[in-house]
Design a protein. Structure first.
Length: 75
């Protein structure tokens, strides 16, 4: 059993992460990233919130579907 799951992942500043990303692109002889990393991170957070909302609604609909026979029996 690995104990790495108990350690918090190190945080990286946006500037340092952007610099690292640009270095990766340049080392692979690719065009540099034109989208600011802060925008990518913000979009990822927005997508995650939408994902959590969608999962919650789906769970509620599934729960209602599974409980529907009980509502019919006791009506």
């Amino acid at each position: 059993m690995s104990h790495t799951r108990f350690f918090k992942k190190p945080s990286l500043s946006i500037d340092k992460a952007d610099h690292t990303l640009q270095n990766v692109f340049s080392s692979r002889q690719m065009l540099p990233n034109t989208v600011p990393l802060s925008r990518i991170v913000r979009q990822q957070k927005t997508d995650f919130i939408y994902f959590k909302y969608t999962i919650s609604v789906s769970f509620f609909v599934l729960l209602l579907t599974l409980l529907m026979p009980f509502f019919v029996l006791f009506y």
